[in-house]
Design a protein around this ligand. Structure first.
Ligand SMILES: Nc1ncnc2c1ncn2[C@@H]1O[C@H](COP(=O)(O)OP(=O)(O)OP(=O)(O)O)[C@@H](O)[C@H]1O
Length: 511
């Protein structure tokens, strides 16, 4: 082999970053072999995003260099422009693509731009031809004139990847995918991973940040493991069992959580009849004490709308809701909360978090009345409870006074789940509850949901992760176009079955 062939595609040397006294990334050094998929793994708060942001030049490193394509770059001096020039291409979870524009327009935006002629007029025929060439190069089945939003989720992400890589020669540079499959249904995940694998086989070096271990086993040649900001190991995942990998990531084994079995002969807690709200309905539901019921369905099937209408965010146009046999009117979140409903929304940043406020404040907004006594606010008690929640929910923070937005994404999610479960709700509504949450805390959250329902409550869990639903639910209801098209009981519950029903393959099985 020549020196060129042996040289790593990326060498990371001595990278460090502290936030105050918190060493988020501590002297991390590794090499990435070219043409491979490297998973960047670690528990919540282990430093993955901070490391990626330093490579992208959006977070200033304290120390460290990278070697790429024969040049050495200082990370404290990195900027987004330098990162792009060095061949580092990023595709984030929230793709910056535009569903209402065409594929060709999406491929032109943000890069070299549209080809222009005299007077700055856009040359559409050339833009289309170039888009067609890019689609072909990346093996994406789409037409340049198609609206991006008409494509499936996986192909939309592939367009974002093609856009990020379009100015690189075949196999040049590094493609960095930051949790690209969050909220993608299973079949779409498989399509996207196959495309990533194809790119690697053609020589592309890829860094994949993910919490989903099945993806690591499916596509990664190598895994870089971070714990508390330090590099703890580099392994070939295929040489490990799932449990070995979990232990390496979070430093301990994780117990599988199984449903405790809310029985159909237990008393009925929640009854919904003919609920119609926005894109949902009419929907009937009957939940028995102790049940965890999953809501599956493709993007746009109405999963989130159903939960939102049960929490009074989305006004119901028709229908009746009974809680413990008594009729309840849920026309506002305040009323829903009073009635004993709790809701962890999918979109934490917009709907749930107070990013600038402390962790304590974010966790106690749901129970503020507990801390008012005789005109005084019990600050010490609030703090003591917050400290306890940190332990119960394995939230990694320096202190409960930290602003929520200084926590890693997964830890913010745990804080919002803690906020709601601490109210001992009667009906727990969870929308994508383990989004961005690591394998350890995920099992912990499942366990807490189980525990929350054991005293006679019920939980409705909407998730795009059919494996998650199959693992934790007593039964799963599948939504299509706002209606329940099937119910899968525990003894027949597999992710495959959920996916098939969600896509409308096979029989409809309305219970
Ligand atoms: N802007 C910030 N201010 C203060 N501390 C921060 C900031 N960003 C990150 N941190 C801290 O740095 C550490 C690493 O966080 P980072 O977001 O890199 O973790 P992560 O591995 O990406 O986690 P997750 O899997 O939850 O996304 C955490 O302790 C976090 O609280």
């Amino acid at each position: 082999m020549t020196d060129e062939a042996q040289r790593p595609a990326l060498a990371v040397r001595g990278v460090s970053k502290a936030f105050g006294t918190n060493l988020a990334v501590a002297d991390v050094t590794f090499d990435l072999a070219a043409g491979q998929v490297h998973a960047l793994l670690g528990g919540n708060g282990s430093g993955k995003s901070t490391l990626i942001k330093m490579l992208a030049g959006v977070e200033q490193a304290d120390a460290g260099t990278i070697d790429i394509a024969g040049s050495t770059l200082s990370l404290p001096d990195m900027t987004p422009a330098k990162a792009a020039a060095a061949g580092l291409s990023f595709v984030h979870q929230q793709r910056s693509t535009f569903p209402e524009l065409t594929v060709a327009e999406n491929l032109a935006i943000g890069g070299p731009g549209f080809p222009r002629g005299a007077g700055g007029r856009i040359k559409w025929s050339r833009a289309r031809r170039e888009a067609g060439e890019i689609l072909e190069r990346f093996g994406i089945e789409a037409h340049p004139d198609q609206l991006l939003g008409e494509l499936g989720q996986a192909r939309q992400t592939m367009v974002a990847i093609a856009r990020a890589l379009r100015t690189q020669g075949e196999g040049e540079g590094i493609l960095i995918l930051d949790e690209p499959t969050v909220s993608l249904p299973h079949t779409e995940v498989a399509l996207l991973l196959a495309a990533v694998r194809r790119q690697a086989e053609r020589g592309q070096t890829v860094i994949l940040v993910t919490h989903r271990l099945e993806e690591v086993f499916a596509v990664a040649d190598n895994a870089i493991l971070l714990r508390n900001g330090r590099l703890v190991d580099e392994v070939a995942p295929r040489s490990l069992t799932r449990n070995d990998l979990v232990e390496l990531i979070i430093g301990r084994a994780v117990e599988e959580v199984a449903p405790t079995g809310g029985a159909a002969d237990a008393p009925v807690v929640l009854e919904v009849e003919g609920l119609t709200a926005g894109p949902v309905g009419p929907v009937d539901l009957t939940l028995h004490a102790g049940e965890v019921v999953g809501i599956a369905g493709l993007v746009g099937s109405g999963r989130s709308s159903l939960l939102k209408s049960l929490f009074g965010f989305l006004p119901a146009e028709a229908g009746a809701i009974r809680l413990d046999g008594r009729s309840v009117k849920l026309d506002s979140p305040r009323r829903a909360m009073r009635a004993g409903f709790a809701f962890v929304p999918e979109n934490r940043a917009e709907d749930a978090a107070f990013p600038e406020l402390s962790l304590t404040e974010n966790m106690s907004v749901s129970v503020l009345a507990r801390y008012f006594k005789g005109g005084r606010f019990l600050v010490r008690r609030e703090r003591r409870d917050a400290d306890a929640l940190l332990e119960t929910y394995l939230i990694k923070a320096q202190s409960v006074s930290d602003a929520l937005n200084s926590l890693s994404g997964g830890n913010q999610q745990k804080a919002i789940v803690a906020r709601w479960l601490r109210r001992d709700p009667k009906v727990v509504l969870l929308d994508e509850p383990t989004q961005g949450v690591d394998v350890g805390a995920r099992a912990e959250i499942y366990g807490l949901v189980q525990r929350a329902v054991q005293a006679g409550s019920v939980a409705l869990v909407a998730s795009s992760d059919s494996e998650e639903l199959a693992a934790i639910c007593d039964r799963v209801l599948v939504l299509r176009r706002g209606r329940i098209v099937g119910e899968i009981p525990r003894d027949q519950l597999t992710s495959n079955r959920i996916e098939r029903l969600a896509h409308g393959d096979g029989e409809e099985e309305v219970a």
